[in-house]
Design a protein around this ligand. Sequence first.
Ligand SMILES: NC(=O)c1ccc[n+]([C@@H]2O[C@H](COP(=O)([O-])OP(=O)(O)OC[C@H]3O[C@@H](n4cnc5c(N)ncnc54)[C@H](OP(=O)(O)O)[C@@H]3O)[C@@H](O)[C@H]2O)c1
Length: 302
Amino acid sequence: MILVTGVSGALGGLVLAGLRARPDLEVVAGTSSGDGRAAQHTGNTARHIDFDDPASLTAGFDGVDTLVFISAGFAEDDVVTARHGAVVAAATAAGVRHVIYTSLSASAGHTTIAVPHLWTEKQLAAAPFEVTVLRNGFYSEVPVGLAAGAAESAAATGVFAAPFGTGRISGVAREDLAEVAVRVAAEVERDLRAGTSTAHAGRTYELEGVTSVSGAEIAGLLSESLGRPVEYRDVPLTELRDSLLGGGLEPYRIGHTVSLFSNLKAGFLHATHSDLPALLSGVPRPIHAEIADAVSGPGAAG
Ligand SMILES: NC(=O)c1ccc[n+]([C@@H]2O[C@H](COP(=O)([O-])OP(=O)(O)OC[C@H]3O[C@@H](n4cnc5c(N)ncnc54)[C@H](OP(=O)(O)O)[C@@H]3O)[C@@H](O)[C@H]2O)c1
């Protein structure tokens, strides 16, 4: 039996739907949401899986062979590591045979966001079950959202201002990441049933986006969409931090956001190697087309 955690989330929902589309598999949904948000994905058959509630994990992992462990990363690092540590302990106690964990890709390895992921990978490596790490690249929604959010001011000022420096950010579609997770989970489960060792055991896949974008290129896409010249202006990190401090963001997110853009400016978020093409059935979705769609969509320019 496969269990997917976090199914009311965007990635967990896609993974669950992809696995449920395979009639040969027994798939169970796990969710921490008690408010029915997950019902659209699960038809109310979900198990209660809340990483903050270890008792729910002990009961929830019963009978699970393959666990698709979707990280629950929106919190302070010590909250995330406590959550993830509870998952590793409960999976061990329940006799889960293989854990597939959604981590963060190598290009993001210098960001503060990577810390709880690397900690979790270490705990998983020391656990008694087999492990596959899916190191997901940054979702393309990071630059897509920035571009779409800037369309209105670019239309008014002719400037796209963002803290990219001369760096590039690689982006990957969640749909592509979900397809890989589905493939790996289905193959692991098939191999467990057949009693054969799986080629995915002990593997860490770097699922980086294979296309990247710069600030100047986003300005170019905005210019095409708006039909007027748009120049790119780099935003200093001090200016970014000041704007975030006044923006009502949770404090831990300010640190993570500044770290992300610091890495972008330093050129680290431009990935140079990805296992994604080898694991997908088709070609990875390109980031530029997503940005062009977002900035030309209804209301994008206000
Ligand atoms: N690579 C990237 O660019 C990137 C960007 C953002 C986030 N991430 C990471 O990738 C994960 C999945 O991304 P996503 O797009 O699906 O995020 P999402 O749509 O925000 O979904 C995250 C899900 O995590 C689950 N969750 C939250 N607290 C939990 C808890 N205490 N115990 C168990 N599950 C909990 C929730 O699902 P239920 O309510 O169903 O439990 C939530 O909907 C995120 O959680 C984050 O760790 C990666």
